[in-house]
Design a protein around this ligand. Sequence first.
Ligand code: KG4
Ligand code: ZN
Length: 410
Amino acid sequence: MTMFPTKEKYLHRLLQFRHKICAFGHAPFSRLVLGIETSCDDTGAAVLDETGQILGESLHNQKEVHLKTGGIIPTVAQQLHREHIKRVVKEALERSNVDPSQLSAVATTVKPGLALSLGVGLEFSQRFVRRHNKPFIPIHHMEAHALTVRMLHPVAFPFLVLLVSGGHALLAVARGVDDFLLLGHSLDTAPGDALDKVARRLSLIKHPRCSTLSGGQAIELLAKDGDRTRFPLTTPMGSTHDCCFSFSGLQNHVKMTIMKQEAEEGIEEGMVLSCVNDIAAATQHTVATHLAKRTHRAILFCKANNMLPSSSPTLVVSGGVASNQYIRKALSIITEREGLHLLCPPAKFCTDNGVMIAWNGVERLREGKGILPPNVDVFYEAKSPLGVDMSEEVRAAAIKLPSVRIKIPN
Ligand code: KG4
Ligand code: ZN
């Protein structure tokens, strides 16, 4: 007897099959997919075979430039994608030892994201598939984040997924490759964006330990040496019994705290406060608590409506913010209490890359879903919600949470 239904058993066998990879570097007779990602500030490409084996990848990160300008300027991101996309795709193919003629399809992020960035990847991909006469698979960036875990573990549908990045916060039930129920989403900004803005307001780029780190990474590093109780912050949306998120109020509250401390220490904006570790620790703890509480309600909603399997239900957490160990620990307190299995892809697969897009292409290719001939015109969409929106039903259920202490050593 196996815990996986037939399709999952097939996936499990494919994962095992990777160990028997032939001398060509990929599974014999396996179809190959090129994935291309340009939705935000990473130019990524990768070639995967049907078992999920990564044959070759390349990633160009724009972080250094955007850190200097104090945030992503869309025209700058577009220009950098234009400068690097050809090389990145060429590198991924060369490292895979794969000629375009050997590909079974090209998968590219077409939604959601920065319009100017999406446009570069889409335009490049449409020219590429026409030149090489290959099928095209348009990819939803959040669907790709949600499914990446299945490249690494045989996770059966349905599972609960929390996606937290610089552009998104959402909770959804993944029921199939293209079948999602959206339980909650951010009403304003995303947690990664809030962390990036707090880091910027704290001038962490001038901090000797943080100059090359993203805002979220810098906050996590400094919080390790901070006292999270020194500057108490309110957990957002305490009186709203749904699974939506809000981070702009928290962002403002932290800004006010910073201004007050600057006045007390007699320093100006642009200088690094002496209490920067304590502010980082309080911010990180409040973000973690907010994510944990909304996720807890989503789990209870799923349980009340039998939306997850009774045996081995799983919470998958992904997106750039999911690489934060403190946030993972906060979520594990909830999953342990509620009997869910918690899975987070390693940090390199949580942030944006070409691999997750290629994997989404593999999953769609296997199921024959959303595969287009090369000559069909495809358009990008800057905004595109994931799946069917159930957030009103969740709000109407108004599930009250039991009190759980999120107590984590730094
Ligand atoms: O998924 P991602 O690479 O790009 C998109 O936003 O789609 O996520 C980037 C975001 C940034 O806001 C960054 O500050 C945040 O993820 N991030 C982190 C950590 N590493 C990256 N946030 C908290 N803790 C981290 N360790
Ligand atoms: Zn992302």
